[in-house]
Design a protein around this ligand. Structure first.
Ligand code: NAI
Length: 340
């Protein structure tokens, strides 16, 4: 029996392409992992008649760990988001996205080193909407003290464990006085338990402006669901784009690892996607599995690959394919003896 069994969810669009590179790279590290593959998203519909088959949820619960590609969610009508379904069904309450400059990647800013911690289970993402009368729609934002306290504690615990200096809570409590007000009340209460960590609050619109003016003044960003979603893409843009932003979803018992980006229908099936964000999500997954040596080796292989500057996908101004990048990363893994 393998040391680790990981649920593998390639997803839709570019998902299978970037996840294939990630799996190849991890397999080249000789970590003892069995992949238990499942279908989710549009790809699952023809086979299972649903975008989120119950057996996939069972597999993730059993294994406690999943590697996921993005899934497509239609705009307007159509099926509900698989991501929202997964995060709620598995209580993956914390969405966690490191945003850092990567050596060899051109970015608008240097010295960016921040973390977006996003509440993952409520807010407007609950998708509770109804038509009151034709032409009038109501959409409900749900904020609870329990979930706000839980995500605040997650952010401060992370900050303490990693010796980070500051947590910035992002809100719009000037307008949403009750819902975002409650979120802030909970973050303030938790902040008091961590006196060594500076705590500040910024209104989300100001936050966006401050981030594009000087992202280096931020450290850990704590946010409810929707602002965290928007800030994540903004932050990815600070360090080179969506091709470089990995992510994790954490619950009490489960870790699910996926890049920030979506299924990119505009380039899907063309072998053009940048797989780095997915591979770096794989690095985070290996740390969750306590395979720290393998995680370091994979990260260093990605960095060496990027430093060589020959094999670059289109988003980096190159002409390489997704599989070319995979080949290059695997070459870097195989050319570095274990233990170096
Ligand atoms: P997107 O992230 O898929 O694409 C935005 C832009 O970035 C596109 O021009 C795309 O080509 C580019 N891009 C994204 N990832 C890239 C990569 N790895 N390499 C090179 N270029 C990349 O966002 P969009 O277009 O808003 O959403 C497309 C679909 O993805 C939607 O159905 C959306 O709901 C879904 N989505 C799923 C997510 C998930 O499963 N975690 C996250 C975000 C969106």
């Amino acid at each position: 029996m393998s040391k680790h069994v990981v649920t593998l969810l390639p997803g839709d669009g570019i998902g299978p392409e970037v996840v294939a590179v990630t799996v190849r790279a991890i397999d080249a590290l000789d970590v003892d992992i069995t992949w238990e593959e499942g279908l989710i998203g549009e790809s699952a519909m023809p086979v299972h008649g649903t975008t989120l088959p119950p057996e996939v949820l069972d597999s993730i619960r059993r294994n406690g760990c999943a590697l996921k590609g993005p899934t497509t969610t239609p705009v307007g009508g159509g099926h509900v988001s698989v991501n929202v379904g997964l995060r709620r069904a598995l209580s993956l309450f914390a969405n966690f996205r490191p945003i850092r400059n990567i050596p060899g990647v051109d970015a608008r800013y240097e010295n960016v080193d921040l973390f977006v911690v996003r509440e993952n289970t409520e807010g407007l993402y609950r998708g509770i909407e109804h038509v009151i009368v034709p032409g009038v729609v109501e959409s409900l934002k749900v904020i609870t003290a329990e979930a706000s306290t839980r995500i605040s504690r997650f952010a401060f615990e992370f900050a303490r464990n990693r010796q980070r200096r500051k947590v910035t809570a992002v809100h719009k409590a000037n307008i949403m006085k009750l819902s975002d007000g409650l979120f802030l009340d909970c973050s303030r209460a938790i902040a008091k338990e961590y006196p060594e960590i500076e705590y500040e609050e910024l209104i989300v619109d100001n936050m966006c402006m401050q981030l594009v003016m000087d992202p280096t003044r931020f450290d850990v960003l704590l946010s409810e669901n929707l602002y965290g979603d928007i800030l994540s893409d903004l932050c990815a843009g600070l360090v080179g784009g969506l091709g470089f932003a990995p992510g994790a979803n954490h619950g009490e018992k489960v870790g699910l690892y996926e890049p920030v980006h979506g299924s990119a229908p505009d380039i899907a099936g063309k072998n053009l996607a940048n797989p780095i964000a997915s591979v770096l999500s794989g690095v985070m997954m290996l740390r969750h599995l306590k395979e720290h040596d393998a995680a370091d080796r994979l990260k260093e292989a990605v960095f060496r690959h990027l430093a060589k500057a020959q094999v670059r996908t289109r988003d980096m101004g190159g002409t390489a394919t997704t599989t070319d990048v995979g080949d290059s990363i695997v070459r870097e893994i195989e050319s570095a003896p274990v233990g170096t």
